[in-house]
Design a protein around this ligand. Structure first.
Ligand SMILES: Cc1ncc(COP(=O)(O)O)c(C=O)c1O
Length: 382
């Protein structure tokens, strides 16, 4: 399907919120298409009617669905199913990596100042690991600055695939190459990219990816996933243990379980099964359009948006030519402005932190007309 062939009216019809809203805030929370509700309904019908298939418990239905969705996520990012663990949120995945790594005093980790979940944790502090925080210059961070901060005691480099502040985007493969040259690993927070841009862990050669699907993936909140490259599975220890990854072999143990040599070993208890049914539908929806089309359309929309804002004479926060779905610009009283825009049914984010700015983040279901309407309302409200 080509971008131009996309039946945008029919797509927009799947998102009830678009009838009322000019919604340009996918970096905050994405919108659900009605197909996702069908997934939730399937889950509710199953549980409320207790209609698990013959000889199956309802739990085994949920676990089967989990395995289906695990395979879909793996396909979506170019990984193997055995490299995917389900978690609660992006931060859970990051903590699994931190807490499961054997640190030595004097190790260091490197991350840019604009990480949403910065890698400064109690585990690292307790272990005597130094956190090296890199400053952005003119809305970006050059790779040579990153490289300068790294030495042979660097164990982990954390970067967001797309910055939640201004959409700045790293070339993940280049960061991975720098990390690997120093014997370090790269941990990617893909929450602002997944579902908007193509993510391919093999091509980018990354070690860990943590992502939540409730933004551009249009999936549930409270369910997320962690990718762990197969080479690292054996040495990364689960930081929490429960019935699902039990290591206890006592008299009352459920069943003697063998630790699976898969990322499933990080799942220790009941998962957000309801979310699995929703996420399956979100993934189907994105697959049907195709991530090539979604990415192309998002980049086209954000490039148009960037130019329109620049033409107003605003000071841009997002560097020119940034290929991401987020465009930010400096604006006084940005939070108050975003509230005024809501009165015109335009949704964007206004924020004080990191330099007062307005952040606008379209998705494939938006149009140039949405952007024109935002510009019109922005001019009326500043
Ligand atoms: C880059 C990034 N990572 C993660 C999150 C959310 O973190 P969590 O899934 O741990 O709630 C956000 C939310 O805005 C984000 O922008």
């Amino acid at each position: 399907m080509q971008v131009d062939d996309m039946d945008i009216n029919s797509i927009r019809g799947d998102f009830p919120a678009l009838q009322e809203w000019t919604y340009l805030d996918n970096a905050f929370v994405g919108l659900f298409p009605r197909q996702v509700r069908e997934g939730y309904d399937e889950f509710l019908d199953l549980w409320m009617n207790f209609s698990a298939k013959k000889n199956k418990t309802i739990l085994s239905e949920w676990l089967e669905k989990t395995e289906d969705v695990r395979g879909m996520i793996a396909n979506f990012i170019g990984a193997a199913s055995s490299e995917i663990a389900f978690t609660m949120c992006t931060g859970s995945g990051l903590n699994i990596v931190i807490n499961g790594t054997s640190w030595r005093k004097g190790d260091n980790v490197v991350f840019p100042e604009y990480e949403h979940n910065p890698l400064d944790t109690t585990t690292l502090r307790r272990s005597g690991v130094e956190s090296r925080v890199l400053k952005f210059q003119d809305g970006k961070l050059e790779l040579n600055e990153l490289e300068k901060a790294i030495d042979d005691r660097t164990r982990l480099i954390q970067v967001s695939q797309v910055s939640y502040v201004n959409g700045f985007r790293f070339d993940l493969k280049e960061v991975a190459d720098i990390a690997h040259e120093h014997g370090a690993r790269i941990l990617v927070d893909a929450t602002q990219a997944i579902g908007a841009l193509k993510t391919n862990v093999m091509k980018e050669d990354v070690d860990y990816v943590s992502a939540a699907p409730y933004k551009y993936m249009m999936g549930p909140a409270g369910l997320a996933f962690l990718y762990v490259k197969s080479d690292h599975l054996e040495e990364l220890n689960p930081d929490r243990v429960g019935w699902k990854n039990q290591i206890w072999r006592g008299e009352h143990a459920e069943e003697p379980l063998d630790q699976p040599e898969s990322a499933e070993k990080f799942e220790y208890g009941t998962l957000h099964f309801q979310g699995m049914y929703g996420l399956e539908r979100s993934l189907n929806y994105l697959d049907k359009i195709g991530m090539d089309v979604v990415e192309r359309r998002n980049l086209e929309l954000s490039s148009y948006l960037w130019s329109r804002i620049k033409d107003l004479g605003k000071k841009m926060y997002t560097p020119p030519g940034t290929k991401s779905p987020i465009v930010s610009f400096y604006e006084r009283d940005a939070s108050e402005l975003s509230v005024r825009l809501m009165k015109s049914k335009v949704k964007v984010t206004g924020r004080k932190a990191h330099g007062e700015h307005l952040r606008v983040s379209p998705h494939f279901y938006n149009t140039r007309e949405d952007i024109d309407f935002f510009i019109e309302k922005l001019e009326e409200n500043v």
